[in-house]
Write a protein that binds this ligand. Sequence first.
Ligand code: NAD
Length: 390
Amino acid sequence: MTRSSLKGRRIRLGMVGGGEGAYIGGIHRFAARLDNQFELVAGAFDVNAQRGHAFAAQNFVAADRSYDDYQAMIAAESLRKDGVDVVAICTPNFTHYPIARACLEAGIDVICEKPLTATLADAEALAEVVARSGRFLGVTYTYAGYPLIAEARQRVAAGLIGSVRTVQVEYPLEWMATGIEQQNNQQAAWRVDPAKNGRGGSIGDIGTHAYHLAGYVTGLKAEGVAADLATFVPGRALDDNAHVMIRYQGGARGLLWSSQVAIGCSNGIRLRVFGETGSLMWFQEQPNELLYTPLEGTTQIVKRGRNELDELTRARTRTPPGHPEGYIEAFACLYAGFAEALRARDEQREPQAAGVYVPDVYDGLKGVAFVDAVVDSHEQNSAWIRPLYS
Ligand code: NAD
């Protein structure tokens, strides 16, 4: 299919999943609207077609572009002159691969939820399809969208804290501290099923966010992981708590904790990077502040919105300092980045600041390889395992 130019118009978005009662699809819809770059024109919003059509009607998606399933959407949209340019995949992990593959092979770009796939074989196959098709696949590693995370990345790259010695990253949640999957919780039910979630429980669901964040900010690549997984809630087939030691190429060390049972931690993602001459710390529940401490110096609070911050940071900022920005804005920065990446490709130019370092299929592949290595390590009594991709 030959796509029409993106110049002078919004990018036409289709969505799979994200229907009534679903979680992340709604966040995608907010994020896609914030910078006026996308319009949602089509969807297969629910595994139950009737529920999907009702949802489409409530959300002003034309009835003839609300589809029974993603196959019907791809087939029909491919025939339209004004067909979708990109599809957002907001479904459980095991469905990402067939949906993404079908889109890419039909010439449609993809924005895919993390983890990229439920198995490493699927992730490898998808990376191969992206390379072969020349299409774009962006992965919504949410925390890469925060402006002060871009600032931290730029400061580490500029050598402000010297060579990184150790990275401490944690992603604790509390919502699965009891067996809510046995009480009809839609989100929890598929997350505890290895066939739907993949081999890693908390480590696949949120550990992949933490792993990406640590690598994104430091630029470090893992050469080994040693993991201890635990399942605290009876009846679960997957871990709900993970402790992982990481050895990075070049000698830096990392420690990653992901947990779904950490009572009191609503969404407590925290990153601390310690280098030879300073450190950086960021906590996502206070996302408008980054702490920077130089060696033997006073801790400084770096505030979002200030003009002296890096160009990348400013490109991910919408309001002046003092007006808090948060989760939706960060997610929108990912969408703005994807839009810029798509437009740059369309216009055969380099992307501007908003569109550099956007998480792509290789970041997704690395995340799935990390989960695989972690679970292998745990199964081998915490032996050191080298991730196949890093
Ligand atoms: P959910 O259970 O709330 O929603 C899943 C939706 O997908 C439902 O609407 C369901 O009907 C639909 N669906 C399932 N199979 C489908 C199919 N074949 N065709 C069409 N629709 C289908 O799940 P969720 O919590 O929103 O998670 C969805 C994905 O988003 C997962 O991969 C998860 O890991 C990811 N996620 C990412 C973030 C983030 O911060 N980026 C946060 C939460 C979830």
